[in-house]
Design a protein around this ligand. Structure first.
Ligand SMILES: *Cc1c(COP(=O)(O)O)cnc(C)c1O
Length: 385
């Protein structure tokens, strides 16, 4: 259960509100740093999971790098204290303006996702008399069996350079001026809980690294992306994910050679559990077939359930002092004018009343960053505790 005592003056709290437990964030970052030191694996935090400046400054203070997927994320990362030399810029559709923006912020490593992008980067590098550091993002064709919208490493997917094009990409890299080949990148998906997928990813990468070397290039940097899952069902039982398990799978499957720097790019696993979306029950509605709890938070505040059918643990924080009034099944919904604005169907909760505070747990990743002002609703408030 989310601990309401963390929030003094709950009655006056404006909802919906994202509450971030900075102590939990600290202990999660510490666990990640310990694993990273133990296995000699470098960490770039993936900003798209949560890009609140307060959270970024804390993560940056641990000396991690940053994984960015837009020009604005590159700027934000550097503003919030990530070192310029530790910024990676990935993304399947970088605009020319974003490429220049990123170059002007420092000299990040560009994670290149197509042959055409190599040509564009080369011409921009030449026009600025600069050199651009390049990692090739390879689609390793691993199906990590997560939800179809968050699997990224299969051949039917838009991300990365297909295995068949690796030779052509290396050929281009040999010919095009202004590009410096640094290594390879892959990212196989998100919310992955089976470590065997990361082992399979590494075994594929071993083959590609060999290819790069036999074409005469160095492969001094290898990034394996993010994707480690968290426990959305029991956030209190597993507040920190299994970083050691992830790194140990990498360590035992990747052929690491002296001087090769290995990177991971966790997003969700670092920030999901420290965030909770607090909301108030506006109305309790009984239709012949269903009971509805209508919240003041909606899909515009937390889009994951509507976007990919994601489930979050939902708790009524106001019902505990009320004695045993029993449980009821509710469809927990938001106020937005879309039928998909549903946080959970048939959710068993204590009998709930207008004004009750409801916690939607594990909302620190892909919550606030995906929010919008659809229906011209206000964005959620933000509170750090
Ligand atoms: C989204 C993304 C990540 C982070 O993924 P998580 O599942 O949040 O860990 C890492 N690298 C790249 C390239 C990404 O697009």
């Amino acid at each position: 259960m989310f601990n309401l005592e963390k929030i003094p003056g709950i009655d006056a709290l404006r909802t919906p509100c994202y509450v971030y437990d900075m102590g939990l964030l600290d202990s999660t970052i510490n666990a990640l740093r310990d694993s990273s030191v133990k296995y000699g694996i470098n960490v770039n935090y993936a900003l798209k999971a949560n890009s609140e400046p307060e959270i970024l400054r804390k993560i940056a203070s641990y000396g991690f790098g940053a994984d960015c997927v837009s020009g604005n994320e590159v700027s934000r990362a550097i503003e919030c204290g990530f070192p310029k030399s530790g910024v990676f810029y990935a993304g399947v559709g970088k605009t020319d303006r974003e490429i220049v923006q990123a170059l002007e912020c420092g000299s990040p490593f560009f994670v290149v996702e197509s042959l055409q992008e190599l040509e564009v980067l080369s011409s921009i590098a030449c026009s600025r008399a600069a050199e651009i550091n390049v990692l090739l993002r390879i689609n390793p064709e691993i199906d990590a069996h997560t939800h179809k919208f968050i699997t990224t490493g299969t051949s039917a997917n838009k991300f990365g350079i297909s295995v068949n094009d690796l030779d052509a990409a290396l050929n281009l890299l040999g010919r095009l001026p202004g590009l410096r080949m640094q290594g390879l990148h892959s990212h196989i998906g998100s919310q992955i809980t089976g470590m065997e997928f990361f082992s399979a990813q590494c075994e594929r990468m071993n083959l590609f690294i060999e290819k790069v070397r036999s074409a005469g290039f160095e492969c001094s940097m290898v990034s394996l992306g993010g994707g480690l899952g968290v426990d959305y069902d029991c956030p209190d039982t597993h507040p920190a994910p299994d970083f050691d398990g992830w790194f140990s799978a990498i360590d035992s499957s990747l052929n690491r050679t002296p001087g090769m720097k290995v990177f991971v790019e966790p997003g969700r696993s670092l920030v999901a559990q420290c965030g909770t979306l607090l909301s108030r029950v506006l109305f309790v509605k009984h239709n012949p077939a269903r009971n509805f709890l209508v919240l003041d938070a909606g899909m515009n505040n937390l889009m994951r359930p509507a976007l990919y059918g994601a489930r979050h643990s939902i708790e009524n924080l106001s019902a505990s002092g009320r004695g045993e009034s029993g449980f009821e099944k509710y469809d927990v919904v938001g106020p937005v004018c879309e039928s998909s604005d549903v946080f959970a169907g048939d959710c068993s909760l204590p009998v709930s009343l207008r004004g009750d505070i409801v916690a939607i747990r594990s909302a620190g990743a892909y919550g606030a960053t995906m929010s919008s002002r659809y229906n011209l609703k206000d964005l959620a408030e933000t509170l750090y505790v």
